[in-house]
Design a protein around this ligand. Sequence first.
Ligand SMILES: [Zn+2]
Length: 435
Amino acid sequence: MDILIENGILIPMNIACHESTLYFKGYLGIENERISFISHDKKDADEFVALHSDCYRIDATGKIVMPGFINTHTHVAMALLRGISDDVPLMEWLEQHIWPVESKMEYRDVLVGARLGILEMLLGGTTAFVDMYPFEEAVAEAAESVGIRAVVSPCLMDFKMEHFENDWQQIIKRFSNSRLVTIMMGPHAVYTLSEQNLQRSITLSKELGTGNHIHLSETAVEVENAHKKYGMTPTEYLEKAGLFKTPTLAAHCVVMSERDIEILSRHNVSVAHNPQSNMKLGSGIAPVKRFLDAGINVSIGTDGASSNNDLDMWEEMRTASLLQKAVTGDPSVIPAYTALQMATVNGAQAIGRKGELGVLSRGALADIQLVNIEKPHLYPHTNLISELVYSTHSSDVETVIVNGTIVVENRKCLSVDEREVCLTAQRHIDNLLSK
Ligand SMILES: [Zn+2]
């Protein structure tokens, strides 16, 4: 279906922040899965209608039209585990609470958890996410059926290697022609992988032409243990192992030395910054200002819903900005437009799709959200970028388009029965906790 969005305020996100006009009132046309024009001129809209007389027209008066968010680090199926363990540190949380339940989870549980998490993300304007989990095949299936773009990373851990080998092969078999699903390798972390299994990830990513998505230096304990075991930091170890010769997306990067930062910068490693999960698990605060100063591409992730405890990119973006101001004592750090870039264009770069995602431009894929700004908490309109980053909630998102298809309209997801998704998730977690 071809779509014309009319009279909205368009934020293309491909304009440098020093330019005076970061948004304009205008029109945007979608042909199949891509944006065919974006313009302030009504003549272009008339021309589009002449060529596509049966196009679906969306009146975006009083709405912001902007790229959907790209959540660059999550474990979407962990939406199922939301609230099962809070207020404990990472290793205790994993070893005593999360891993015991996860060990009982089967394909169907992951599918059900992923559907819940995807629904939450779509309703809040997230149109793409990067995932890592066992049974990524189920996450891919959920993404395709609900209608969100997903980069799935089958998870390599020493005690789950057989599972991994089956998972990635099934994903390639079922989803290699998918419009929505792509794959990255998911070496879990330095502390859960032998050198041999890390090499397996590197070799396979080279063979398949994919990147690697890894947890890196999330806590001080992880860094201390790497020092004890290898005599170096996790970042130095991964460089030595050759991981960074493949396109790499590193999640967290909380405890980083100057040398670590230099290594990431030199190898063009992208960072997925997860401020709320890092805060909740007491892991610390990633030195994002230093990353940005070093020219590192920093994107934003929510991490799993069981350490956040939601998948809300609006909150995450705001926290990313506010937290760096607090910790550096400098309110000019991560200004609003930079935060918006981290949640959109930088995310696209982190998954190797710069120019194609995270922007509204001719030829880009139509992953778009419409935000209703006719609300008291968004008035008066003086600076829309500031409004979006510092005042908007995910519940202000009204319409969401993924790959040229409307998946959310008037705050309702069109592809699933929302109540059914929630109740099925409830049944599955009740069952898992009773086992
Ligand atoms: Zn994670």
